[in-house]
Design a protein around this ligand. Structure first.
Ligand SMILES: Nc1ncnc2c1ncn2[C@@H]1O[C@H](COP(=O)(O)OP(=O)(O)OP(=O)(O)O)[C@@H](O)[C@H]1O
Length: 249
């Protein structure tokens, strides 16, 4: 993998994200520090996926803003369910989609870039899968494939939405190694996760969110019993009265 230019930060300033009139993320401020490894956790419907999509530039803030270094490359791993596995495309071509942001979608791909796609497949345990159609892969193999695409993207900021969901223990362990490597290389990694034991073990920083940010900082403090209770109560309160954002921006 290539050397990183500068570690990149992501800064949220009073960020509110809505779907129609419903606030999914509500007046959240804070910073993913350069080179940090952060888990985003919270109850179902807490706004985690919406936040990740906004960080990736796929969801426009309703108010507030997201600031990041202009040159920082950003890559999103969507939830596994978001991939159209019925689409007839070979594994190598999925991985090479990771080159599009740099090379353009319809350019000829130079030989060394093709070789990178093969190296990335081997790095996630899918050597020899180049010509296999994605529809023939298991859920775990599909997630490995999507990690290979991320490797090729060579981004400064990696956004992972439930990266270990629906994959077995061995696949999780292999993919976790890739995440640790990214962190070791100084990349900024943000991952939505539900497994709090895993978060405590592997993620130094945590954002606990229930539309509002409940806590953001060192994982052990962020996941205190009091904060988790507050997140649950907040999620229930929002479910009853969630029409729109009442607070002043
Ligand atoms: N496309 C959409 N249209 C309308 N509402 C949406 C849409 N996507 C999400 N929402 C709503 O926004 C809120 C936050 O959803 P989001 O998917 O961001 O939560 P989440 O924390 O990722 O949930 P989960 O843990 O269940 O994946 C929920 O109330 C959800 O129903």
């Amino acid at each position: 993998m290539s050397m990183l230019r500068t570690p990149a930060a992501l800064v949220l300033e009073n960020l509110t994200l809505t779907h129609g009139r419903r606030a999914a993320v509500h007046h959240v401020s804070g910073r993913f520090a350069p080179g940090s490894l952060t888990a985003v956790v919270g109850p179902n419907g807490a706004g985690k996926t919406t936040l990740l999509r906004a960080l990736a530039g796929l969801h426009r803030p309703d108010s507030g803003r997201i600031a990041r270094e202009g040159t920082a490359r950003i890559a999103l791993l969507p939830q596994l369910a978001a991939l159209d596995r019925a689409f007839p495309i070979a594994c190598r071509d999925v991985v090479m989609q990771g080159l599009w942001p740099r090379l353009g979608a319809f350019r000829a791909v130079p030989g060394h870039e093709r070789a990178r796609a093969e190296t990335a497949l081997a790095a996630v345990g899918l050597a020899g899968f180049e010509k296999r159609p994605v529809g023939s892969l298991s859920a775990g193999q599909t997630q490995r494939l999507l990690f290979a695409r991320l490797l090729v993207q060579d981004a400064d900021i990696l956004l992972l939405d439930e990266p270990f969901n629906a994959v077995d223990a061995r696949t999780s362990a292999d993919l976790l190694r890739v995440v640790r490597d990214w962190h070791g290389e100084g990349r900024t990694v943000v991952a939505v996760l539900h497994d709090l034991d895993l978060v405590r073990r592997e993620f130094p920083e945590t954002l606990l969110i229930a539309r509002d940010a409940i806590a953001w900082g060192p994982t052990e403090e962020a996941l205190s019993a009091a904060n988790r209770l507050r997140a649950r109560m907040m999620a229930e309160a929002w479910a009853e009265d969630a029409e729109h954002c009442h607070r002043a921006a």
